[in-house]
Every structure is written in structure tokens, then in C-alpha cells.
Design a protein around this ligand. Structure first.
Ligand SMILES: [Ca+2]
Ligand SMILES: [Ca+2]
Length: 222
């Protein structure tokens, strides 16, 4: 057998090996990566079905665990039961009527917005500009929701032009406040819950020529 013929046979066998063995394996490998990504995404979607927060929702001084399931709108609280000193889960709300609060059109915060020492739940829905506050009622151990503000006049505060800077007690009165920033017009808004009417009172924060902070309450945010 000539060297040229041998080389041709080896070349042909190599090509057959490449087409029949190597390329399908490579393709399967790509498929496996794709399947793995899908599995990881499915797992992430699964984990996105729950929101979990900690805080002193019952006001007894011990930290509780709050769990929200966006599949059925149910809120569960794990807290210390006074009777047997054991931790137990109780169903404290169902907000299926509000839709999926974990969607991109919603934001949720926890904090003591009322200043009574118990952690509250606050959420905003950009669709109608509404702010809802959930307070755990001691009488029936249920979250009671009330509409505390409408800020449709601010535009879409979850857009790229807006930043919800953070929640904290900026005024130092013991109640958690909400701080918003609009990057388009440079304005800063502060929202504090007014005890008189249980509504978020919004103020514009500005600096004067002497770099003094001014807080100017605004009356209409819708
Ligand atoms: Ca509170
Ligand atoms: Ca405050």
C-alpha cells in the first residue's frame, strides 16, 4: 500500500471519527449546558416565589420571621408563643387581591413606620402609585392594610430616573421614613407617616445658598 493511499485512508477515518463521534458529543455537551442553565433558572424562579424578612413584628422584643408566598398571596409569621415559649408559624394575611407583590412593579420595605416599636410592612405599586402599610394587629394577630399615600404625581418612582434611596429614621423621631431621589430633576423627597391622619406626608428636601437643609412639606402627590 502506497504512503499516499495510507494517508488518504487515515484522513478519511479521522473525518468519519470527527463527524460520527466528536461533533455529536460536543453538541450534546452544549445541550447539557443549556439544560443546566434552564434548571438553575427554574430554581431561581422557585426561590423568587417567596419573600422573607426579619423584624420585631409582634413587639415582644424577640425577632420574628415574615414569609410571603407570591403564588397564593399568603403571609406567614414565625414568632415566639408566650404560652409554651416555642416558636410557631401563623397565617397573618392574604394579599392575593394585590397581585404578585414580588413583581418588578412593586417594592417592599419593612420598618417601624408608625414608631410604636413594632415592625411594619410597606409596599408600593407603580401601576397606580399607591403605598400600602401593613400593621400587625395585636387583637387578632392579622396584618391590617391601609392605603397611606398615592404618588402618581411623582411619575414612575421605580424607573431609572428615580431612586428609592433607602428607608431609615431620618427625622430622629423613632419612626422609619422613606427617602426618594429623582435623578432627572435632582429633587429629594422624604416621606414620614403623620400620626394625625395615618398618611405619608411628603416633603421636598433642598439646600439653600448657605448649604442649610430645608424640608418643605408638599400637599399634592397624586
Ligand atoms: Ca410599627
Ligand atoms: Ca422619622
Amino acid at each position: 500500500m502506497s504512503k499516499i493511499l495510507t494517508a488518504s485512508i487515515v484522513g478519511a477515518l479521522s473525518l468519519i471519527f470527527l463527524v460520527s463521534v466528536i461533533i455529536p458529543q460536543f453538541a450534546n455537551g452544549q445541550e447539557d449546558v443549556h439544560k443546566t442553565n434552564e434548571k438553575q433558572k427554574a430554581a431561581l424562579d422557585q426561590s423568587n416565589q417567596h419573600g422573607i424578612w426579619t423584624g420585631n413584628f409582634t413587639g415582644d422584643g424577640s425577632t420574628d420571621i415574615l414569609l410571603y408566598n407570591n403564588e397564593n398571596g399568603k403571609w406567614w409569621l414565625q414568632s415566639q408563643a408566650a404560652a409554651n415559649n416555642e416558636r410557631q408559624w401563623s397565617l397573618i394575611s392574604n394579599t392575593s387581591g394585590f397581585g404578585n407583590i414580588l413583581s418588578n412593579e412593586h417594592r417592599i420595605w419593612t420598618g417601624d413606620f408608625t414608631g410604636d416599636g413594632r415592625t411594619d410592612v410597606l409596599f408600593h405599586y407603580v401601576g397606580d402609585g399607591h403605598w400600602w402599610l401593613g400593621l400587625l394587629a395585636a387583637s387578632n394577630n392579622q396584618l391590617q392594610w391601609s392605603l397611606i399615600s398615592t404618588t402618581s404625581g411623582f411619575g414612575n418612582i421605580l424607573s431609572n430616573e428615580h431612586r428609592i434611596w433607602t428607608t431609615d429614621d431620618f427625622t430622629g423621631d423613632g419612626s422609619t421614613d422613606v427617602l426618594l431621589h429623582n435623578t432627572e430633576n435632582g429633587k429629594w423627597w422624604l416621606g414620614s407617616l403623620a400620626a394625625s391622619n395615618n398618611q405619608l406626608q411628603w416633603s421636598i428636601i433642598s439646600l439653600d445658598a448657605n448649604n442649610q437643609l430645608h424640608v418643605s412639606p408638599i400637599s399634592n402627590t397624586s
